[in-house]
Design a protein around this ligand. Sequence first.
Ligand code: MCF
Ligand code: FE
Length: 401
Amino acid sequence: VYLIKAENLLICNEKFELVKNKAFAFKETILEFDSLENLRVKYPNATLIKTAKNSLIIPAFINPHTHLEFSANAYTLAFGNFSIWLKSVLNNRVELNAGAKTDLILNVLKAMQKTGTATIGEISSFGSDLKACVQSGMRVIFFNEILGLNPNQNEEKKIEFLKRFKASLKEQNPLFIPAISIHSAYSTNSELCHFALNLAQKHKMLLSTHFLESKEENLYLRKSKGMFFKMFQQAPLHKIEDFIKLFEGQRTLFTHCVYLKELQWLDKNFHSITHCAFSNRLLSQKSFALKQALENGLNVHLGTDGLSSNISLSMLDEMRVNLLIHKDFDLLKLAKELLLMSTLYPARALGLNLGSLEVGKSADFSVFEIGQTEDEQLALQFILNAKEVKKLFIKGKECKF
Ligand code: MCF
Ligand code: FE
């Protein structure tokens, strides 16, 4: 058993409680909150973890959408709209992937831990991120990606997918959770979708999909027009409503949803939205209507997307970007909401027993050193100023940097 105390504990529960000068006991899970004096009596053999005077403890961040295989990107991929980005991906993905070796990905994962992230949802396109994800000590939801339009290639695609899928199943453990990603409505035909959905159902797995990310995708799915129509020379294979219906009764993260007006079509019990603000600025022409989605009672949480469409995988950087763009929110309220969108909400979307500092939940938390500030300002000032953790615990174990 370990004991830890801080001047500030951001619980990240629904009420967004701030607890002052308290301690808690933990092993793999959080055992009990009390004063440090009481806990020392109760757990005389426990190890006390040293913290500085102005410490803040917060649940570790969850970044449910990354593309680590694109981690070698900087300067290579083109931004401004989805067409030029996609062309640059198609021209460079082999070299980019070759550049993202296990060591590079391990460094990127370390950098994420240093910025307070313990759990990621990794969208794996090729399987070359598997080794690093398993070795990292990070909690990883490993979304094996499937895509393909041409039905003549379905059998090949399935075989190639199953190879990666089985390799990921072999590594399954409490910190490595295999899952499935259907790339998108414009890129994956019905047979491959059903194949993936059936597998996910059979293995009780999470699903993830990119959805209504760009103007081009919106124009294609709604009107059979634009870049995708020219590229594929055929009408879209899914209507928006039908594509959502495919995921009925299955826990799914819909990433982006910038152009989804019909929020009522998502099922609040199973579906959630991953909002990637920085990525949307680089690839889409519109930003996500966060206020509307939250008012509709949907689970919206933050993700960074990959270095294919971001310059940082730090959730703190992503929160700062969100502070700037969502001007229709009160700044102090938005800061609190963004912290929940990086902890409690993604944990719920992923069905993980963590994301808030509560008894019984996994001991995934970070310790930051902060400055003096009023309690009401704390969430905002923390997002504005925090860079790296002092310590990070995943499932009760301290990460070594
Ligand atoms: O999320 C961003 C933008 N939207 C879609 N896909 C990707 C992103 N970053 C990387 N990708 C990958 C995707 O997983 O790029 C490929 C897929 O493998 C694009 S489709 C040829
Ligand atoms: Fe993505």
